[in-house]
Ligand binder design. Structure first.
Ligand code: T3D
Length: 259
């Protein structure tokens, strides 16, 4: 694993833990951090069975680093988005293992949408999300216009983008934007338990269900049924499927190897 300067990354018990680590800047994203996240997600996909992204300090991520020397108003935002944000977001959303965003505090602008690129978002009650973009004269990016309407519906997505208000973790959960909001005292143990659950699960089935669910947004029913048949066929060839059936018949908990 490479040495990183803006994040920390470790793998233990098949769980990769990627921590955004610029707490003085509320973990705001600069070019180095985007590159490191992209690299670390790729590494996790090859060497772990679940990836957790979280933030150090009191925030999850405050979005683009607005104090970054290269981020003057004249900056070519299109280039930055295409060359740096898109690879990072794809590295998360297309990671072959389940991804969890453990949102420990503020998630603003691209920081909010970085979380939404994960498969499961678990937020502490003190966390909040804001599509802060219009406050500085921008529109949502980093996948916000893609994920928001799909996860919370068109009306809430439009309001969130236009008003750029803080959305509490509890509202985010109630609106379907995230998986769950958890009391602060239980937050750490909750995401760790979720990660442990996924790390000991049928990794190939997770990979295939992720592909199928993501593809469903662009597919008609026939194409989706066809894709399910193909991917389930692949699941049926795994040792984990055989173990799952044997364990069921033996009335015991299955032991999944992840293949
Ligand atoms: O390439 C491109 O630019 C295109 C891509 C754009 C994507 C984007 O993400 S645009 C949106 C950028 N993000 C924001 O506009 C959010 C800015 N931050 C805030 O609105 C607030 O900081 C928060 C709501 C996140 C938290 O508020 P609060 O009151 O808890 O903290 P604070 O006092 O505002 O911030 C604490 C420190 O973090 C402060 O520094 P200081 O005064 O202690 O030295 C503040 O300047 C710094 N900070 C917070 N956010 C950023 C930041 N520094 C740089 N960039 C930030 N985004």
């Amino acid at each position: 694993m490479k040495a990183y300067s803006t994040i920390t990354m470790g793998i233990k018990d098949d769980i990769a833990l990627l921590t955004l680590n610029r707490p003085d800047k509320l973990n705001a994203l600069n070019a180095q951090m985007r590159a490191e996240i992209t690299d670390a997600c790729g590494f996790a996909g090859r060497h772990a069975r679940v990836l957790v992204l979280t933030g150090s300090g009191r925030a999850f991520c405050a979005g683009q680093d607005l104090s970054d020397a290269g981020n003057a108003a004249s900056l070519d935002l299109e280039r930055v988005l295409r060359d740096e944000y898109v690879p990072m977001l794809h590295a998360i959303s297309e990671c072959p293992i389940p991804t969890i965003a453990a949102v420990n505090g503020a998630a603003a602008g691209a920081g909010a949408n970085l979380a939404l690129a994960a498969d499961v978002v678990i937020a502490s009650h003190t966390a909040y999300f804001t599509q802060a973009f219009t406050r500085i004269g921008l529109m949502p990016d980093a996948g916000g216009t893609y994920w928001l309407p799909r996860q919370m519906g068109a009306a809430k997505a439009m309001g969130a983008a236009l008003f750029a208000e803080r959305i509490t973790a509890e509202d985010a959960a109630a609106w379907g934007m995230i998986w769950e909001a958890v009391p602060d005292m239980e937050f750490d143990s909750k995401w760790r338990a979720r990660a442990a659950h996924l790390a000991s699960g049928p990794t190939e089935a997770y990979r295939n269900l992720k592909s199928a669910l993501r593809a469903s947004w662009g597919n008609g029913e026939s194409a989706q049924l066809d894709l399910e048949a193909k991917l389930q066929g692949a699941c049926g060839q795994t040792r984990d499927f055989k173990e799952g059936v044997v364990a069921f018949l033996d009335k015991r908990k299955p032991f999944f190897e992840g293949r």
